[in-house]
Write a protein of this length. Structure first.
Length: 435
């Protein structure tokens, strides 16, 4: 049985903690804030409730596996519900596309209605092709640790040198279809021209596995993980900022807290910004190479999020509406509101120079006079921005060169988003193994 300390209690940190505890290890979670869950949380005000960060996910198997491998099925604590409404895309030319999330035929029909049969065939063929990409990524990096060197056959299949922008320009003849594909980069805080084309695989994952939300909002997922941590007898320490990872002979010995207390550990799992981890917390010769790589990365641009409580009548929108333009604006409607009201979350992807309400008015949603509550989400660590395909090798691997030190979360392999961070935690649990 190993003595494990998890630094940071976001999704990846909590997921790692409950998995390792189920494997028989003694686990302590140290979180510098008073609240657990990181970007999984709620904003509550004036009778409204909004998801602070994530509000939906694809690849629900990643969450189901997390709860099954840490105890009981996820349904014993929270309910995963499919998003059945199409995602609405509003384009600068005034056209509207209601694109079903998880139906191949319905997607093709929607594109045909908007842009004609040729564009519909292009989109369908492109998404179909990402099926092979998914199988390659799943086998080489999403389920096992990232391989040190991919085979030439794999590299040729992935074509990492082709950006998502190049794929859009080459495979799609309609600017609106290109904008929809680019959105898979924008929602991760990256530029499509710097994002590998294979990241369009998320279009395939959504169409194949659907998009899912949680009854009560994604804050309920954080609550469920906290409950699972309690069931697994995990020690949780809040207001416990870790300021150093202690090592001897390039092996972890423990952590030091801001108040000077030192906690012994055989294993440390970090769920914080890896640039902070390797620049400030880890001072060990074995970390020199990974430190250099990590410090060459830059943070992805977190969406600026404003939550609006609105008094009816306001437009009836689906779960998610993308307002294409510069910057891209996304409206989510999954919050809860008093009778006669609606709860919207407005995410701005880019550098906003105008007020959120001005952006909504300019995109055809004049709701200023209906606002009765306005709140802003706290900022969070959004992971690493794509700066070409080599970024994948600059993120820290889940298993670090320092013996006993592991990395999970948005800044580590395999990247940001609910599925990726949950998969990273699974990789770490498999690497550590049973007690």
């Amino acid at each position: 049985m190993a003595n494990v300390i998890v630094v940071g209690a976001g999704l990846a940190g909590l997921a790692s903690a409950v998995r390792l505890a189920k494997l028989g290890h003694q686990v302590t979670v140290c979180e510098r804030d008073e609240r657990l869950g990181g970007a999984l949380g709620r904003v509550e005000a004036d009778g409204f409730t909004w998801d602070a960060g994530a509000a939906s996910t694809t690849l629900p198997a990643a969450l189901r596996d997390l709860f099954r491998k840490s105890g009981r099925p996820i349904e014993s604590l929270v309910q995963l519900d499919p998003v059945t409404e199409p995602r609405r895309h509003l384009f600068a030319d005034g056209s509207v596309l209601d694109l079903p999330v998880s139906d191949r035929g319905a997607q093709e029909e929607a594109w045909t209605g908007l842009a004609g049969g040729a564009v519909a065939e292009q989109w369908t063929a492109l998404v179909d092709g990402y099926g092979d990409t998914w199988q390659i990524l799943r086998k080489t990096s999403l389920e096992p640790p990232l391989e040190d060197k991919l085979s030439l056959k794999t590299i040729r299949a992935l074509k990492p040198w082709r950006s998502l922008e190049k794929v859009a320009q080459r495979e799609l003849s309609d600017d609106r279809a290109r904008a929809v594909l680019r959105h898979f980069a924008a929602q991760g805080g990256s530029d499509a021209s710097l994002t590998p084309g294979y990241m369009g695989v998320w279009s395939y994952l959504e169409r194949t596995f659907g998009r899912w939300t949680i009854a009560g909002g994604f804050g309920a997922l954080a609550d469920a993980l906290v409950q699972r941590a309690s069931e697994r007898k995990i020690t949780v320490r809040t207001s416990a900022e870790v300021v150093a990872i202690t090592t001897t002979d390039s092996a972890v010995t423990g952590v030091r807290l801001a108040d000077g207390e030192e906690l012994a550990a055989d294993i440390v799992v970090s769920d914080i910004d890896p640039r902070d981890l390797f620049e400030r917390l880890v001072d060990d010769p074995a970390a020199k190479t990974v430190r250099k790589k990590v410090l060459s990365t830059h943070q992805a641009q977190a969406a600026y999020v404003v939550h609006l409580g609105l008094k009816d009548p306001v437009p009836e929108l689906p779960f998610e509406t993308v307002l294409h333009g510069t910057p891209t604006v996304v409206v989510r409607t999954g919050g809860t509101a008093p009778a006669g009201h609606q709860a919207w979350s407005v995410l701005v992807h880019g550098y906003p120079t105008d007020d959120v309400l001005d952006l909504l008015v300019a995109r055809g949603l004049p709701v200023r006079e209906h606002v009765v509550s306005r709140q802003t989400s706290p900022s969070w660590w959004a992971g690493v921005a794509w700066e070409g395909y080599k970024t994948a090798r600059r993120r820290p691997a889940n298993v670090s060169p320092v013996k006993g030190l592991y990395c999970v979360g948005a800044g580590a392999h395999p990247g940001s988003g609910v599925p990726a961070t949950a998969l990273g935690a699974a990789i770490v649990a498999d690497a550590v193994g049973k007690a």
